[in-house]
Design a protein around this ligand. Sequence first.
Ligand SMILES: Cc1cc2nc3c(=O)[nH]c(=O)nc-3n(C[C@H](O)[C@H](O)[C@H](O)COP(=O)(O)O)c2cc1C
Length: 382
Amino acid sequence: MAFLAQPLELAGLHLRNRLVMLPMVTNLAQPDSTVSEATIAHYGARAAREVGMVIVEATAVAQDARNIARGLGAWDDDHVPGLARLANRIKAGGAAAALQLFHSGARSVAGLPAVSPSGVSLRPGAPPRVLAEEELPAIVAQFAAAARRAVVAGFDAIEVHAAHMYLLSEFLSPFSNHRQDHYGGDVARRARLVEEVVRVVRREAGPSFPVLLRMHGEERVQGGMTHQDVLDTAERLAEAGVDAFDVSAINTAQLVEKGGYSYWSTKPYLTKDDPPGAALGNAAAIRQATGVPVIAVGKMGLPEVAERALATCQADLVGVARGFLCDPGLALKLLEGRGEDIIRCDECFVCLDLVVTQHKSIRCSQNRSLGRLAATAEAAKS
Ligand SMILES: Cc1cc2nc3c(=O)[nH]c(=O)nc-3n(C[C@H](O)[C@H](O)[C@H](O)COP(=O)(O)O)c2cc1C
């Protein structure tokens, strides 16, 4: 049997295979951040049939913590029924359903207040407000309450988003954390907030419920986490209770001047020049340092790349994002090793530009069926 098709027991959760659909914001939620029919249709169409686990997009733990206008939320009990329908829809197809919880920090959607550890600008406009130490317990409590709602909604796992220069990741990285209090300085202090979050999520989820954590395996930015920082941070977070690491990266950072402000634009994607699977070593290093299972990320949606990662024990799970947008049949083709049939993502970034910059629903330049779904969602909004 192909390695990708092999099941895995992850902290008490049975995964039917090693293929993970990675989180991708869609801008398909209702204005109050509840799940919409379009959200259900999007995940149902993509996820459910063959994938081992679906990690649902970044879901805000507070109203001010959104990075897009129509992002999902888990800050209110009113979000639970929709989340429950979504979890059910994914699970009905046999995949495990995980919910990614996040706080946008300095990268909140325009119009919402931006907060951060040290005021480093990461979006156009005025710099973010620096959070006081006394404000941090409330943020930890927001993660706890959101985790409780995810469990009540019937999700099988929770992913804490501590990557991509959103709030938790900003605390982890010396690039964005220059604090001199208990939450800044060495690795232990920078990791402290995230450790607190992991502990409360674990408390809410119970002992045998997978708690995943997305973090950077690499920061290609001056002043970012070093390789050793990454490993030390991962070890601390594993100790705090992480059951699996979803290993992403900051692959480019650019200082942008706009409207009299300057801000860092950081991107968590391999560049066009990076070959498929180029970030696999990051996942392998965290796996080796912590002994905890890892999801490998970064253009992994080709059978030979996915199989190599698993066969060489560099990763336990293979995560794919954009490939699921452009090829609705990706999962089966990957699992059956039919690489020649896969519609390969051409890395045009229309998907991301529409959702994050233009605040429109997700589309793909290579897959019209995704566009039709978006059109229905747009019509419902107007
Ligand atoms: C449209 C879009 C939305 C994304 N939204 C999220 C998100 O909500 N949370 C997250 O952690 N990463 C997000 N990502 C990053 C992906 O999960 C993934 O790490 C990245 O696309 C690299 O994987 P790939 O090469 O398979 O596309 C998003 C990516 C895209 C293209």
